[in-house]
Design a protein around this ligand. Structure first.
Ligand SMILES: Cc1cc2nc3c(=O)[nH]c(=O)nc-3n(C[C@H](O)[C@H](O)[C@H](O)COP(=O)(O)OP(=O)(O)OC[C@H]3O[C@@H](n4cnc5c(N)ncnc54)[C@H](O)[C@@H]3O)c2cc1C
Length: 438
């Protein structure tokens, strides 16, 4: 076994807590010396490593330069400091294909755009994800090349899937592809674009998802364990299955459906899952809106004064680049996407909670950890005027997330919250949310 200096490798080999598990290092390695290991971290086959250092250069874990990525994506160094980032036009809408809409996490717009690109021949395949057919408690990335495969990729999998490992395959393939990815994976891709422009030019369009946090891959196994369901007894695991906004559920081998939680996804589970299962690197990520995508997609959680969702089963789309705007317009014209332009709509509310979590709290955390001498990602962006209340919120949330890392605490808490005894908490939360919109 060769001894390799960890400083020339991606950050996972120096500090796992900084690894975003985007899979970029694995995807880019010219000698395939890196592969996916336990819990989705990269592992090295040192005899294959030629010590080129490329995995380190594309790694989004330790450093993300907003100015250089802004220049690459938008041709200007001074990016926007707002949570939504650089936006050309904003839309709210849903898929023109009823099946795609019904099957989607939100309005099925990500898949509608992907289908539009495939159908019109703009791309040969779309880089998407699914729960593994043979191990449905784990996610995987794959290239969808037709309608049926795209349908199987729908829904949000709120767990880490190192999407950029797919560049191992893309390197060998001809053609153009659409990349559908989370913010950290897009950071990795953009860094890859700086190092390997020819490989990156195979990506025709990047569709980014908004992301408050991913969740540790072991969440699915623990949830099944708590509910007394054997892993081998399920054929699929949904984070947002069924009627919008969806529920966490297991699809059993006999076709039966077991709900794993007493509420829909939005009002219940997500609010504490992020504390119990948020990976360390997600806690220091400041990009909640896929700032370097061509089109970024979020749920359209906007409510009216009575607390009712205005855009049920719809999504919000931010077209950030020229190609993003062009694809949006073409998809709307072809009827593949039904969307209205809300760029000028003064009533449109963005995600206030999400913006607070990533737009402020994550910055505060990075600053605090830096002052304490702990390793943090380097960003060339700061947030001004942090209030004492924001500092307090960060401390409380960080404390809860530290508790969540202790299995002996996490499991009973998770069991309680997802049991019928957790229902009053969900109800209180729903009432508080309604009051807020009065
Ligand atoms: C981890 C995670 C966190 C998110 N956090 C937020 C949030 O805080 N606020 C918000 O508004 N929206 C968030 N989203 C996005 C939201 O859940 C929907 O995915 C989005 O609105 C698209 O809905 P859709 O119906 O258009 O997509 P669909 O048509 O259902 O397609 C979903 C697409 O997302 C891809 N995908 C699913 N899971 C992953 C994954 N783990 N990694 C990479 N790609 C994946 C699929 O491959 C598919 O292409 C998050 C999504 C994920 C995966």
């Amino acid at each position: 076994m060769k001894n390799i200096d960890p400083n020339i490798l991606s950050v996972a080999f120096r500090n796992k807590e900084l690894c975003a598990r985007s899979g970029t290092c694995i995807g880019v390695c010219p000698t395939n010396a890196l592969s996916l290991g336990e819990d989705m971290y990269p592992k090295i086959h040192s005899d294959l490593c030629n010590e080129c250092g490329l995995c380190n250069k594309v790694c989004p874990g330790e450093q993300v330069s907003y100015s250089s990525l802004s220049e690459l994506a938008f041709g200007q160094r001074n990016g926007h400091n707002s949570f939504d980032g650089h936006v050309e036009r904003t839309f709210v809408g849903y898929s023109g294909d009823a099946r795609i809409r019904k099957n989607g996490a939100g309005g099925g717009v990500v898949t509608a755009l992907a289908w539009h690109l495939l159908k019109t021949g703009a791309v040969d395949g779309c880089i998407v994800t699914r729960m593994k057919p043979e191990r449905p408690w784990e996610g995987e990335v794959f290239i969808a090349r037709n309608y049926k495969e795209l349908l199987s990729s729908q829904q949000s999998k709120y767990t880490i899937i190192p999407v950029n490992t797919i560049f191992q395959e893309i390197r060998r393939l001809h053609g153009k592809y659409a990349l559908i990815a989370l913010p950290c994976q897009i950071h990795g891709f953009r860094k890859l674009q700086q190092q390997k422009p020819k490989l990156a030019s195979k990506i025709h369009l990047i569709i980014g998802l908004f992301c408050a946090s991913s969740l540790e891959p072991y969440i699915t196994k623990e949830m099944l364990e708590i509910k007394g369901i054997g892993k081998r007894d399920i054929k699929n695991f949904n984070f947002r299955g069924g009627q919008w906004p969806g529920r966490i559920r297991a699809i059993m081998n006999d076709g039966g459906v077991r709900n794993l939680h007493y509420s829909n996804f939005k009002d219940g589970a997500i609010n504490y899952l992020t504390y119990l299962y948020s990976p360390p690197r997600c806690q220091t990520c400041i990009d909640g809106s896929s700032e370097f995508a061509d089109i970024a997609v979020s749920d359209a959680w906007t409510r009216d004064a009575s607390g009712k969702y205005i855009f049920e089963s719809q999504s919000r789309l931010l077209a950030r680049t020229k190609i993003g705007v062009a694809v949006m317009e073409a998809a709307i014209k072809a009827g593949d996407l039904v969307a209205k332009d809300v760029t000028q709509d003064p009533n449109y509310q963005t995600h206030r909670l999400h913006a607070r979590k990533k737009g402020t709290t994550a910055y505060v955390r990075v600053e605090r950890l830096k002052q304490e001498g702990k390793p943090v990602p380097a960003y060339d962006r700061n947030v001004d005027d942090i209030t004492p209340a924001e500092r307090r919120t960060e401390r409380i949330e960080s404390f809860l997330m530290r508790l969540g890392r202790i299995r002996a605490i996490r499991l009973p808490l998770f069991a309680f919250l997802t049991s019928r005894y957790g229902i009053p908490l969900v109800k209180i939360r729903q009432l508080r949310k309604k009051r807020k919109y009065r």
